[in-house]
Write a protein that binds this ligand. Sequence first.
Ligand code: AMP
Length: 216
Amino acid sequence: MRLVLVGPPGAGKGTQAEFISEHFGIPKISTGDIFRGNVSGGTDLGKLAKKYMDAGDLVPDEVTNAMVRDRLAQEDARDGFLLDGFPRNVAQAKVLDGILAEFGSGLSVVLELDVDQDEVVRRLSGRRSCKKCGHVWHLEYDPPSSPGVCDRCGGQLYHRDDDEPATVRHRLEVYLAQTSPLVKYYSSRDQLVAIDALGTVEDVTERAIEALKPYA
Ligand code: AMP
């Protein structure tokens, strides 16, 4: 299955991506995670991306597209993948179509996680991510058993700089202006399936797996 997840920041894409990729046995490719890995590793790509990420803006397409192209060319992505955070605009979607056509394949389906803006702000302000394994917790909805420590790996939890309220508002504007047109782009091509992303993590995972079964 070649799958793309679409939805506003805070819709739960990262969280659901973990469970969906595990369930269907496909690698999860998160552009946000790759950028954050480069930022903490101090690479040139990380230095460049950080400026945009801290402001809640998109990293320029040429940089992002080249990074995704390299990742999709790797062996483990040949028979399927889950893309989380890419494409983020219609230009990137067209580049993705081109890359896959070159590899002789195409997208199986695009899953939209549907959630309203108030809930998004609530989710992002309580979100805490693990520095070590990247797992995402929530202070209210899915709290770790000891504060600040990841139950999965013992790593330290932190609040992403771009989850601060002012940056969250800007990221939502960027989503509405640049990313949400993807919904129309993919639905007009009959590639979109939408699910309600409200409810517990487990409920949403169940809905996602059910919706994706026909494409596995
Ligand atoms: P995310 O973890 O998906 O919320 O991404 C965090 C940040 O990484 C975004 O706010 C952007 O600055 C950058 N980023 C992630 N994916 C992309 C993309 N496809 N295009 C441009 N920038 C991206």
